[in-house]
Ligand binder design. Structure first.
Ligand code: ATR
Length: 484
Protein backbone atom coordinates (compact mmCIF):
# COMPACT_ATOMS: atom_id res chain seq x y z
CA UNK A 1 0.00 0.00 0.00
CA UNK A 2 1.29 3.46 -0.90
CA UNK A 3 2.26 5.77 1.95
CA UNK A 4 -0.23 8.66 2.31
CA UNK A 5 1.08 12.16 1.50
CA UNK A 6 2.41 13.77 4.69
CA UNK A 7 1.56 17.28 5.83
CA UNK A 8 3.72 19.94 4.20
CA UNK A 9 6.42 21.41 6.42
CA UNK A 10 5.79 18.97 9.25
CA UNK A 11 9.33 17.57 9.59
CA UNK A 12 12.43 19.24 11.08
CA UNK A 13 14.85 17.32 8.91
CA UNK A 14 14.73 14.45 6.41
CA UNK A 15 16.79 11.40 5.54
CA UNK A 16 16.78 9.79 2.10
CA UNK A 17 18.20 6.26 2.06
CA UNK A 18 16.95 3.70 4.56
CA UNK A 19 19.94 1.37 4.44
CA UNK A 20 21.64 0.54 7.72
CA UNK A 21 23.46 3.89 8.04
CA UNK A 22 20.53 6.02 6.86
CA UNK A 23 17.93 4.39 9.09
CA UNK A 24 20.24 4.57 12.10
CA UNK A 25 20.92 8.25 11.48
CA UNK A 26 17.17 8.88 11.15
CA UNK A 27 16.53 6.98 14.39
CA UNK A 28 19.25 8.96 16.16
CA UNK A 29 17.58 12.21 15.05
CA UNK A 30 14.14 10.95 16.10
CA UNK A 31 15.43 9.76 19.47
CA UNK A 32 16.77 13.27 20.02
CA UNK A 33 13.33 14.78 19.56
CA UNK A 34 13.44 15.81 15.90
CA UNK A 35 10.54 15.06 13.57
CA UNK A 36 12.27 13.11 10.84
CA UNK A 37 11.01 12.78 7.28
CA UNK A 38 12.18 9.51 5.76
CA UNK A 39 12.15 8.02 2.30
CA UNK A 40 13.92 5.42 0.22
CA UNK A 41 14.20 4.50 -3.45
CA UNK A 42 12.15 1.39 -2.70
CA UNK A 43 9.41 2.42 -0.30
CA UNK A 44 9.01 -0.93 1.48
CA UNK A 45 12.11 -0.06 3.52
CA UNK A 46 10.64 3.33 4.45
CA UNK A 47 7.48 1.70 5.73
CA UNK A 48 9.45 -0.88 7.65
CA UNK A 49 11.58 1.72 9.45
CA UNK A 50 8.55 3.89 10.28
CA UNK A 51 6.66 0.91 11.71
CA UNK A 52 9.51 -0.84 13.50
CA UNK A 53 10.93 2.19 15.29
CA UNK A 54 7.76 4.25 15.82
CA UNK A 55 8.23 4.10 19.58
CA UNK A 56 11.61 5.87 19.33
CA UNK A 57 10.27 9.20 18.06
CA UNK A 58 8.42 10.87 15.21
CA UNK A 59 9.02 9.54 11.71
CA UNK A 60 7.23 11.12 8.77
CA UNK A 61 7.47 8.61 5.91
CA UNK A 62 7.04 9.52 2.26
CA UNK A 63 6.36 7.37 -0.75
CA UNK A 64 8.50 9.46 -3.07
CA UNK A 65 10.98 12.33 -3.19
CA UNK A 66 8.31 14.94 -4.04
CA UNK A 67 6.35 14.19 -0.87
CA UNK A 68 9.56 13.85 1.14
CA UNK A 69 10.85 17.30 0.20
CA UNK A 70 7.47 18.96 0.70
CA UNK A 71 7.16 17.42 4.16
CA UNK A 72 10.21 19.41 5.33
CA UNK A 73 10.00 22.70 7.19
CA UNK A 74 11.68 25.61 5.34
CA UNK A 75 14.50 26.23 4.85
CA UNK A 76 14.54 22.52 4.23
CA UNK A 77 17.31 20.23 5.39
CA UNK A 78 17.41 16.94 3.48
CA UNK A 79 20.11 14.37 4.20
CA UNK A 80 21.23 11.90 1.55
CA UNK A 81 22.58 8.65 2.96
CA UNK A 82 23.01 6.39 -0.04
CA UNK A 83 25.87 4.55 -1.65
CA UNK A 84 28.41 7.24 -2.62
CA UNK A 85 28.78 7.94 -6.33
CA UNK A 86 26.11 8.07 -9.04
CA UNK A 87 23.36 7.31 -6.49
CA UNK A 88 24.20 10.57 -4.70
CA UNK A 89 23.95 12.54 -7.94
CA UNK A 90 20.65 10.81 -8.75
CA UNK A 91 19.22 11.87 -5.38
CA UNK A 92 20.46 15.44 -5.78
CA UNK A 93 18.83 15.67 -9.22
CA UNK A 94 15.53 14.56 -7.75
CA UNK A 95 15.75 16.87 -4.73
CA UNK A 96 16.50 19.86 -6.95
CA UNK A 97 13.18 19.53 -8.72
CA UNK A 98 11.20 20.21 -5.54
CA UNK A 99 13.51 22.43 -3.51
CA UNK A 100 13.51 26.21 -3.24
CA UNK A 101 16.22 28.82 -2.83
CA UNK A 102 17.93 28.54 0.56
CA UNK A 103 17.16 24.86 1.07
CA UNK A 104 20.00 22.62 2.18
CA UNK A 105 21.05 19.23 0.82
CA UNK A 106 23.38 17.29 3.09
CA UNK A 107 25.41 14.36 1.80
CA UNK A 108 26.38 12.15 4.73
CA UNK A 109 27.83 9.41 2.51
CA UNK A 110 31.52 8.70 2.04
CA UNK A 111 31.83 10.93 -1.01
CA UNK A 112 35.10 12.00 -2.55
CA UNK A 113 35.74 15.63 -1.55
CA UNK A 114 36.26 16.71 -5.16
CA UNK A 115 32.76 15.40 -6.00
CA UNK A 116 31.48 17.41 -3.07
CA UNK A 117 33.20 20.54 -4.34
CA UNK A 118 31.66 20.01 -7.77
CA UNK A 119 28.18 19.40 -6.36
CA UNK A 120 28.41 22.38 -4.03
CA UNK A 121 29.35 24.70 -6.89
CA UNK A 122 26.56 23.37 -9.11
CA UNK A 123 23.93 23.68 -6.40
CA UNK A 124 25.09 27.13 -5.36
CA UNK A 125 24.40 28.27 -8.90
CA UNK A 126 20.86 26.94 -8.43
CA UNK A 127 20.44 28.84 -5.13
CA UNK A 128 20.74 25.75 -2.96
CA UNK A 129 23.18 24.95 -0.16
CA UNK A 130 25.09 21.73 -0.32
CA UNK A 131 26.85 20.31 2.71
CA UNK A 132 29.19 17.35 2.41
CA UNK A 133 29.33 15.88 5.89
CA UNK A 134 31.72 13.15 6.91
CA UNK A 135 30.10 10.75 9.36
CA UNK A 136 32.28 8.30 11.23
CA UNK A 137 31.44 5.57 13.67
CA UNK A 138 29.85 2.90 11.54
CA UNK A 139 26.37 1.59 12.18
CA UNK A 140 26.56 1.93 15.91
CA UNK A 141 27.93 5.46 15.72
CA UNK A 142 25.15 6.56 13.38
CA UNK A 143 22.60 5.35 15.91
CA UNK A 144 24.20 6.26 19.22
CA UNK A 145 26.32 9.27 18.30
CA UNK A 146 28.88 9.55 15.49
CA UNK A 147 31.67 12.03 14.90
CA UNK A 148 30.32 14.41 12.26
CA UNK A 149 32.47 16.56 9.97
CA UNK A 150 30.26 18.93 7.98
CA UNK A 151 31.63 21.20 5.28
CA UNK A 152 29.61 23.71 3.24
CA UNK A 153 28.65 27.28 4.02
CA UNK A 154 28.57 28.85 7.47
CA UNK A 155 24.94 29.77 6.78
CA UNK A 156 24.03 26.14 6.23
CA UNK A 157 25.90 25.14 9.37
CA UNK A 158 23.96 27.66 11.44
CA UNK A 159 20.74 25.88 10.43
CA UNK A 160 22.06 22.34 10.50
CA UNK A 161 24.81 22.45 13.14
CA UNK A 162 22.63 22.46 16.27
CA UNK A 163 20.86 19.27 15.13
CA UNK A 164 24.10 17.52 14.18
CA UNK A 165 25.83 18.61 17.37
CA UNK A 166 22.94 17.21 19.39
CA UNK A 167 23.01 13.77 17.74
CA UNK A 168 26.79 13.48 17.64
CA UNK A 169 28.91 11.71 20.24
CA UNK A 170 29.87 13.86 23.22
CA UNK A 171 33.14 13.81 25.12
CA UNK A 172 33.46 15.74 28.36
CA UNK A 173 30.25 17.55 27.46
CA UNK A 174 31.55 18.69 24.05
CA UNK A 175 29.93 17.55 20.80
CA UNK A 176 32.04 15.60 18.31
CA UNK A 177 30.86 17.85 15.51
CA UNK A 178 31.98 21.24 14.27
CA UNK A 179 31.88 23.21 11.04
CA UNK A 180 35.03 22.00 9.31
CA UNK A 181 35.24 24.55 6.49
CA UNK A 182 33.73 25.49 3.13
CA UNK A 183 32.50 23.17 0.35
CA UNK A 184 34.40 19.83 0.41
CA UNK A 185 36.35 20.43 3.64
CA UNK A 186 34.18 18.07 5.69
CA UNK A 187 34.54 15.16 3.31
CA UNK A 188 38.25 15.89 2.97
CA UNK A 189 38.79 15.67 6.71
CA UNK A 190 36.69 12.50 6.86
CA UNK A 191 38.82 11.01 4.09
CA UNK A 192 42.04 11.76 5.99
CA UNK A 193 40.43 10.41 9.15
CA UNK A 194 39.89 7.14 7.32
CA UNK A 195 43.46 7.18 5.99
CA UNK A 196 44.76 7.62 9.53
CA UNK A 197 42.48 4.77 10.54
CA UNK A 198 44.27 2.54 7.99
CA UNK A 199 47.66 3.46 9.48
CA UNK A 200 46.40 3.03 13.02
CA UNK A 201 45.09 -0.46 12.22
CA UNK A 202 48.26 -1.42 10.40
CA UNK A 203 50.61 -0.41 13.24
CA UNK A 204 48.51 -2.49 15.62
CA UNK A 205 48.76 -5.33 13.10
CA UNK A 206 52.54 -4.98 12.89
CA UNK A 207 52.86 -5.05 16.68
CA UNK A 208 50.67 -8.16 16.82
CA UNK A 209 52.71 -9.89 14.13
CA UNK A 210 56.04 -9.11 15.81
CA UNK A 211 54.83 -10.34 19.19
CA UNK A 212 53.70 -13.59 17.65
CA UNK A 213 56.81 -14.12 15.53
CA UNK A 214 59.39 -13.09 18.12
CA UNK A 215 57.83 -14.39 21.30
CA UNK A 216 55.50 -17.07 20.00
CA UNK A 217 52.57 -15.52 21.85
CA UNK A 218 49.11 -16.87 21.11
CA UNK A 219 46.49 -14.45 19.77
CA UNK A 220 44.82 -14.42 23.18
CA UNK A 221 48.14 -13.57 24.86
CA UNK A 222 48.70 -10.71 22.42
CA UNK A 223 45.13 -9.66 23.22
CA UNK A 224 46.08 -9.48 26.89
CA UNK A 225 49.14 -7.37 26.10
CA UNK A 226 46.95 -5.01 24.04
CA UNK A 227 44.35 -4.79 26.80
CA UNK A 228 47.17 -3.70 29.11
CA UNK A 229 48.47 -1.15 26.59
CA UNK A 230 44.95 0.16 26.30
CA UNK A 231 45.26 1.48 29.84
CA UNK A 232 48.09 3.85 28.89
CA UNK A 233 49.04 6.24 26.05
CA UNK A 234 47.65 3.83 23.50
CA UNK A 235 44.15 3.87 24.99
CA UNK A 236 41.88 3.82 21.94
CA UNK A 237 38.82 2.18 20.49
CA UNK A 238 40.92 0.30 17.93
CA UNK A 239 43.23 -1.10 20.60
CA UNK A 240 40.22 -2.14 22.65
CA UNK A 241 38.44 -3.95 19.81
CA UNK A 242 41.71 -5.56 18.65
CA UNK A 243 42.11 -7.15 22.07
CA UNK A 244 38.58 -8.48 21.73
CA UNK A 245 39.17 -9.86 18.24
CA UNK A 246 42.35 -11.60 19.37
CA UNK A 247 40.65 -13.27 22.30
CA UNK A 248 37.83 -14.61 20.13
CA UNK A 249 37.77 -18.41 19.83
CA UNK A 250 36.03 -20.11 16.91
CA UNK A 251 33.07 -22.07 18.28
CA UNK A 252 33.36 -24.79 15.64
CA UNK A 253 37.08 -25.60 15.83
CA UNK A 254 38.14 -24.18 19.20
CA UNK A 255 40.96 -22.33 17.42
CA UNK A 256 41.66 -18.60 17.68
CA UNK A 257 39.28 -16.98 15.20
CA UNK A 258 42.01 -14.71 13.81
CA UNK A 259 43.92 -17.82 12.66
CA UNK A 260 40.93 -18.91 10.61
CA UNK A 261 40.28 -15.60 8.90
CA UNK A 262 41.86 -15.25 5.44
CA UNK A 263 44.77 -12.81 5.59
CA UNK A 264 43.61 -10.65 2.69
CA UNK A 265 42.60 -7.18 3.91
CA UNK A 266 39.80 -5.43 2.06
CA UNK A 267 39.18 -1.76 1.53
CA UNK A 268 36.44 0.53 0.33
CA UNK A 269 38.79 3.13 -1.08
CA UNK A 270 39.06 6.02 1.36
CA UNK A 271 42.63 5.10 2.30
CA UNK A 272 43.48 4.98 -1.38
CA UNK A 273 41.87 8.40 -1.90
CA UNK A 274 43.91 9.80 0.98
CA UNK A 275 47.10 8.59 -0.66
CA UNK A 276 46.12 9.66 -4.17
CA UNK A 277 45.20 13.12 -2.91
CA UNK A 278 48.39 13.35 -0.87
CA UNK A 279 50.35 12.68 -4.05
CA UNK A 280 48.46 15.49 -5.79
CA UNK A 281 49.28 17.82 -2.91
CA UNK A 282 52.88 16.53 -2.68
CA UNK A 283 52.49 15.66 1.00
CA UNK A 284 54.33 12.54 2.20
CA UNK A 285 51.79 10.43 4.06
CA UNK A 286 54.09 7.44 4.21
CA UNK A 287 52.32 5.77 7.13
CA UNK A 288 48.93 5.87 5.45
CA UNK A 289 50.52 4.96 2.12
CA UNK A 290 52.31 1.90 3.48
CA UNK A 291 49.19 0.84 5.36
CA UNK A 292 47.17 1.04 2.14
CA UNK A 293 49.83 -0.82 0.15
CA UNK A 294 50.06 -3.45 2.89
CA UNK A 295 46.38 -4.19 2.33
CA UNK A 296 47.07 -4.38 -1.38
CA UNK A 297 49.97 -6.79 -0.87
CA UNK A 298 47.88 -9.01 1.39
CA UNK A 299 45.17 -9.16 -1.27
CA UNK A 300 47.46 -10.05 -4.19
CA UNK A 301 47.20 -13.87 -4.28
CA UNK A 302 49.19 -14.33 -7.49
CA UNK A 303 52.21 -12.41 -6.29
CA UNK A 304 52.10 -13.98 -2.86
CA UNK A 305 51.84 -17.45 -4.36
CA UNK A 306 54.78 -16.76 -6.65
CA UNK A 307 56.90 -15.67 -3.66
CA UNK A 308 55.95 -18.42 -1.24
CA UNK A 309 59.27 -20.23 -1.51
CA UNK A 310 61.51 -17.17 -1.57
CA UNK A 311 64.40 -17.56 0.82
CA UNK A 312 64.46 -14.87 3.54
CA UNK A 313 67.98 -15.53 4.84
CA UNK A 314 66.70 -14.13 8.10
CA UNK A 315 68.15 -14.82 11.50
CA UNK A 316 65.95 -16.81 13.88
CA UNK A 317 64.39 -14.82 16.71
CA UNK A 318 66.07 -15.12 20.09
CA UNK A 319 64.59 -12.70 22.56
CA UNK A 320 66.22 -12.78 25.97
CA UNK A 321 64.12 -10.24 27.82
CA UNK A 322 60.54 -10.81 26.74
CA UNK A 323 59.03 -7.96 28.78
CA UNK A 324 61.61 -5.51 27.44
CA UNK A 325 60.81 -6.62 23.88
CA UNK A 326 57.08 -6.11 24.48
CA UNK A 327 57.77 -2.61 25.76
CA UNK A 328 59.97 -1.88 22.72
CA UNK A 329 57.15 -2.92 20.41
CA UNK A 330 54.73 -0.70 22.32
CA UNK A 331 57.02 2.28 21.90
CA UNK A 332 57.58 1.57 18.20
CA UNK A 333 53.82 1.40 17.76
CA UNK A 334 53.25 4.67 19.60
CA UNK A 335 55.94 6.58 17.69
CA UNK A 336 54.75 5.25 14.31
CA UNK A 337 51.19 6.18 15.15
CA UNK A 338 52.15 9.74 16.07
CA UNK A 339 53.99 10.05 12.74
CA UNK A 340 50.92 8.86 10.83
CA UNK A 341 48.73 11.47 12.55
CA UNK A 342 51.37 14.15 12.00
CA UNK A 343 51.41 13.33 8.29
CA UNK A 344 47.61 13.24 8.10
CA UNK A 345 47.39 16.71 9.61
CA UNK A 346 49.97 17.91 7.10
CA UNK A 347 47.67 16.69 4.34
CA UNK A 348 44.75 18.60 5.86
CA UNK A 349 46.92 21.73 6.17
CA UNK A 350 48.05 21.45 2.55
CA UNK A 351 44.47 21.04 1.31
CA UNK A 352 43.29 23.97 3.42
CA UNK A 353 45.91 26.11 1.72
CA UNK A 354 45.09 24.77 -1.74
CA UNK A 355 41.31 25.14 -1.42
CA UNK A 356 41.12 28.18 0.89
CA UNK A 357 39.60 26.34 3.85
CA UNK A 358 39.87 27.68 7.38
CA UNK A 359 40.39 24.39 9.20
CA UNK A 360 41.32 24.33 12.88
CA UNK A 361 43.43 21.22 13.33
CA UNK A 362 42.87 21.24 17.07
CA UNK A 363 39.11 21.14 16.52
CA UNK A 364 39.49 18.16 14.19
CA UNK A 365 41.37 16.22 16.86
CA UNK A 366 38.71 17.29 19.38
CA UNK A 367 35.79 15.99 17.32
CA UNK A 368 37.63 12.71 16.68
CA UNK A 369 37.74 11.98 20.41
CA UNK A 370 34.33 10.31 20.37
CA UNK A 371 32.03 8.43 18.05
CA UNK A 372 34.57 7.64 15.38
CA UNK A 373 36.81 4.65 14.77
CA UNK A 374 40.08 6.42 15.62
CA UNK A 375 38.78 7.78 18.92
CA UNK A 376 41.65 7.73 21.37
CA UNK A 377 42.92 9.34 24.49
CA UNK A 378 45.93 10.92 22.82
CA UNK A 379 43.69 13.09 20.62
CA UNK A 380 43.44 15.35 23.69
CA UNK A 381 47.19 15.88 23.42
CA UNK A 382 46.87 16.62 19.70
CA UNK A 383 44.18 19.22 20.42
CA UNK A 384 46.42 20.80 23.06
CA UNK A 385 49.35 20.88 20.62
CA UNK A 386 47.35 22.71 17.94
CA UNK A 387 45.71 25.03 20.46
CA UNK A 388 49.18 26.08 21.57
CA UNK A 389 50.25 26.63 17.97
CA UNK A 390 47.52 26.46 15.31
CA UNK A 391 50.21 26.79 12.62
CA UNK A 392 52.32 23.93 13.97
CA UNK A 393 54.15 22.65 10.86
CA UNK A 394 54.72 19.19 12.31
CA UNK A 395 52.78 17.50 15.08
CA UNK A 396 55.93 15.56 15.96
CA UNK A 397 57.60 18.93 16.58
CA UNK A 398 55.20 19.85 19.37
CA UNK A 399 57.00 19.85 22.73
CA UNK A 400 54.93 17.02 24.20
CA UNK A 401 55.06 14.76 21.15
CA UNK A 402 58.70 15.53 20.48
CA UNK A 403 59.48 14.45 24.03
CA UNK A 404 57.47 11.27 23.54
CA UNK A 405 59.24 10.45 20.29
CA UNK A 406 62.60 10.97 22.00
CA UNK A 407 61.56 8.50 24.70
CA UNK A 408 60.50 5.97 22.07
CA UNK A 409 63.36 6.38 19.59
CA UNK A 410 65.86 3.81 20.92
CA UNK A 411 63.14 1.15 21.12
CA UNK A 412 61.73 2.16 17.74
CA UNK A 413 65.14 1.77 16.11
CA UNK A 414 65.71 -1.58 17.80
CA UNK A 415 62.36 -2.92 16.62
CA UNK A 416 62.76 -1.75 13.02
CA UNK A 417 66.30 -3.18 12.91
CA UNK A 418 65.19 -6.47 14.40
CA UNK A 419 62.23 -6.77 12.09
CA UNK A 420 64.63 -6.40 9.16
CA UNK A 421 67.18 -8.83 10.60
CA UNK A 422 64.62 -11.47 11.40
CA UNK A 423 62.59 -11.10 8.22
CA UNK A 424 59.37 -9.66 9.60
CA UNK A 425 57.55 -7.10 7.45
CA UNK A 426 56.90 -3.89 9.39
CA UNK A 427 56.21 -1.35 6.64
CA UNK A 428 54.64 1.40 8.72
CA UNK A 429 57.04 1.04 11.67
CA UNK A 430 60.02 1.29 9.34
CA UNK A 431 58.73 3.90 6.89
CA UNK A 432 57.67 6.13 9.79
CA UNK A 433 61.15 5.93 11.24
CA UNK A 434 62.63 6.73 7.81
CA UNK A 435 60.30 9.70 7.57
CA UNK A 436 61.43 10.90 10.98
CA UNK A 437 65.07 10.57 9.99
CA UNK A 438 64.38 12.13 6.60
CA UNK A 439 62.55 15.16 7.84
CA UNK A 440 65.18 15.88 10.52
CA UNK A 441 68.16 15.40 8.16
CA UNK A 442 70.44 18.37 7.62
CA UNK A 443 71.19 17.20 4.07
CA UNK A 444 69.27 14.77 1.91
CA UNK A 445 70.38 12.88 -1.20
CA UNK A 446 67.87 15.07 -3.03
CA UNK A 447 70.90 17.14 -4.06
CA UNK A 448 72.15 14.15 -6.03
CA UNK A 449 68.71 13.59 -7.55
CA UNK A 450 68.82 17.20 -8.79
CA UNK A 451 72.23 16.51 -10.31
CA UNK A 452 70.91 13.40 -12.05
CA UNK A 453 67.86 15.27 -13.33
CA UNK A 454 70.05 18.03 -14.67
CA UNK A 455 72.31 15.50 -16.39
CA UNK A 456 69.66 13.62 -18.33
CA UNK A 457 66.97 16.25 -18.73
CA UNK A 458 68.49 19.72 -18.20
CA UNK A 459 66.08 20.16 -15.33
CA UNK A 460 68.45 22.68 -13.65
CA UNK A 461 69.25 23.07 -9.97
CA UNK A 462 69.66 25.70 -7.27
CA UNK A 463 72.90 26.12 -5.34
CA UNK A 464 73.37 26.43 -1.61
CA UNK A 465 75.98 29.17 -2.00
CA UNK A 466 74.38 31.61 -4.46
CA UNK A 467 71.04 32.75 -5.84
CA UNK A 468 69.78 31.70 -9.26
CA UNK A 469 69.04 28.63 -11.35
CA UNK A 470 71.92 26.64 -12.81
CA UNK A 471 72.63 24.00 -15.40
CA UNK A 472 75.83 22.10 -16.04
CA UNK A 473 76.70 21.45 -19.69
CA UNK A 474 77.40 17.79 -19.02
CA UNK A 475 78.21 16.90 -22.62
CA UNK A 476 80.84 19.62 -23.03
CA UNK A 477 84.45 19.36 -22.26
CA UNK A 478 85.19 20.56 -18.74
CA UNK A 479 81.46 20.52 -18.01
CA UNK A 480 81.01 24.26 -17.52
CA UNK A 481 78.09 25.56 -15.52
CA UNK A 482 75.76 28.20 -16.82
CA UNK A 483 73.16 30.31 -15.09
CA UNK A 484 69.61 30.16 -16.46
P1 ATR B 1 23.34 -0.59 3.57
O1 ATR B 1 23.50 0.78 4.22
O2 ATR B 1 22.21 -1.35 4.18
O3 ATR B 1 24.59 -1.34 3.43
P2 ATR B 1 23.39 -0.02 0.70
O4 ATR B 1 23.19 -1.20 -0.14
O5 ATR B 1 24.74 0.58 0.79
O6 ATR B 1 22.76 -0.29 2.13
O7 ATR B 1 22.39 1.08 0.20
C1 ATR B 1 22.18 2.25 0.93
C2 ATR B 1 21.03 3.01 0.36
O8 ATR B 1 21.39 3.52 -0.93
C3 ATR B 1 19.76 2.22 0.20
O9 ATR B 1 18.75 2.97 0.81
C4 ATR B 1 19.58 2.16 -1.32
O10 ATR B 1 18.22 2.14 -1.76
P3 ATR B 1 17.42 0.77 -1.97
O11 ATR B 1 16.99 0.32 -0.63
O12 ATR B 1 16.29 1.13 -2.85
O13 ATR B 1 18.38 -0.20 -2.62
C5 ATR B 1 20.21 3.47 -1.71
N1 ATR B 1 20.50 3.60 -3.12
C6 ATR B 1 21.39 2.91 -3.85
N2 ATR B 1 21.41 3.34 -5.13
C7 ATR B 1 20.48 4.32 -5.22
C8 ATR B 1 20.03 5.19 -6.26
N3 ATR B 1 20.55 5.10 -7.49
N4 ATR B 1 19.07 6.09 -5.97
C9 ATR B 1 18.57 6.17 -4.73
N5 ATR B 1 18.95 5.41 -3.70
C10 ATR B 1 19.91 4.50 -3.94
Amino acid sequence: MAIPTPQAGSADIGVMGMGVMGSNLARNLARNGYKVAITNRTSAKTQKVAAKYASEGTFIPSEDVADFILSLEKPRVAIIMVKAGPATDACIDQFKQYMEEGDIIVDCGNSLFSDTRRREAELKAAGLHFVGAGVSGGEEGALLGPAIMPGGSKWAYDRLGPMFEKISAHVEGEPCCTHVGADGAGHFVKMVHNGIEYADMQVIGEAYDLLRRALGLTPAQVGEVFARWNEGDLDSYLMEITAEVLKQVDAETGKPLVDLIQDAAGQKGTGMWTVQTALDLAVPVTGIGEATFARGLSSAPEQRQAAQNFEGQAEPWQVKDREAFIEDVRQALFASKVVAYSQGFNEIQAAAKEYGWQIENGDMARIWRGGCIIRARFLNDITRAFEKDPELPLLIGDEYFYGKIQECLPAWRRIVAQAALHGAPAPVFSSSLSYYDGVRAKRLPAALIQGQRDFFGSHTYKRVDKEGTFHTLWAQQGRPEEQW
